[in-house]
Design a protein around this ligand. Structure first.
Ligand SMILES: [Zn+2]
Length: 360
């Protein structure tokens, strides 16, 4: 009798399913409206064959995908992987997605990767499965890839001491004249709350995605970023096949997981935080740097506006803004962009310069 009672209690703890459902070959999608269920169902049908073709040792049984306000299962936390916007509940064969996710398709691709991984992938230690799922979702959803890469790679750099940049403001040569001497440079270190528990190397030990692992948001972001960086470097050199071969080899040799030294060798990183930070910086291309500025525009806008207000050029900003260049460069390698050539930044800077000076 007692077994029946406890089964009843567990069932009653589960979140109730959303009202509408669509059945597709890959699985059942439940959502609050048919339109929402259809959109996710189409994404599921499109993603599944691409995922299975991309990644070795993957298969998908019939799964359910629920769209919720917050991804919630309320049961068996030890068998769930919780990301900010999605959750894979292996015990229930169910993916839960947050309706408000930055990109539903990309979050679905990430959770679907968790769901599809065969046994050999269990050899990836610590948080590395998260980097793999992110790297796959970047491949399957290229339109959101630059934003994802910018977020993860900057988190990795922040976890290893901050992202170093230089800002150079100049008048363009054609405008040389009385103000020809105008020029200014500033060093900027972007830092944040991305702090791994004690060392970046804990990415090989801490399972940041598991619901049983309690982490501050900043630490969790740090591990996702470090994991993405490592996996991205390995996949760039040896492909997903090369990464899976490390797992298969560890399995053949009867190891508990892929040794840290193999992963460092395959990625070209060394144990020092500096090598991780420089690699993260180098991996940020121009598109990623622009996405980073979209996420954190204030430091760049504030710096340029502060300088231009200080030099107090004659006339209105419209008279001279076209002659100003504000180049932001990642000093440890990577991209460089002219801030004033990026529409949303130029608009923000012009709007700030047009504000009346605040009263003393
Ligand atoms: Zn995940």
């Amino acid at each position: 009798m007692s077994a029946i009672v406890s089964a009843f209690v567990l069932t009653s703890c589960l979140a109730s399913p959303p009202a509408k459902q669509i059945d597709a070959a890959s699985g059942r999608v439940r959502a609050d409206s048919l339109a929402e269920a259809r959109r996710v169902s189409l994404a599921l049908e499109e993603l599944e064959p691409k995922l299975l073709a991309l990644l070795p040792d993957t298969h998908l049984d019939h799964i359910e995908v629920w769209i919720q306000d917050e991804p919630r299962l309320y049961s068996f936390p030890q068998s769930s992987v919780i990301d900010a916007e999605g959750l894979w509940a292996e015990s229930h064969g169910r993916i839960l997605l947050a309706r408000s996710a930055d990109s539903l398709e990309r979050t679905l691709a990430h959770e679907l990767t968790h769901a599809a991984l065969g046994d050999s992938w269990r050899m990836l230690p610590g948080s590395l499965e998260e980097g793999l799922c992110d790297r796959v979702s970047a491949e399957l959803c290229p339109e959101g890839a630059a934003r994802l890469r910018a977020g993860r790679l900057s988190s990795a750099a922040l976890a290893c001491g901050g992202l170093r940049m230089q800002l150079d403001v100049r008048r363009k040569p054609a405008a040389l004249g009385e103000a020809a001497a105008m020029g200014w440079s500033a060093s900027i270190v972007l830092s944040g709350e991305e702090t791994p528990d004690d060392s970046h190397l804990n990415v090989f030990r801490v399972a940041a995605g598991l619901s049983s692992t309690r982490l501050e948001r900043g630490a969790k972001r740090a591990y996702y970023g470090l994991s993405f960086l490592l996996i991205d470097l390995i996949v760039a050199r040896d492909g997903f096949e090369g990464l899976q071969e490390l797992c298969a080899r560890a399995e053949r040799e009867g190891l508990g997981g892929v040794p840290r030294s193999w992963l460092l060798d395959a990625s070209g990183l060394d144990p020092n935080a500096l090598s991780w930070r420089e690699a993260a910086s180098r991996s940020l291309g121009e598109r990623e740097l622009i996405e980073l500025l979209r996420m954190y525009p204030d430091f760049a806008v504030d710096a340029v506006v502060g300088y231009l207000e200080d030099v107090d050029l004659p006339g209105s900003p419209a008279d001279w803004i076209g002659d100003v260049r504000a180049r932001l460069t990642l000093t440890e390698g990577g991209a460089s962009v002219d801030i004033l050539a990026v529409d949303f930044l130029r608009d923000a800077i012009e709007a700030r310069l047009a504000e009346p000076a605040s009263a003393e």
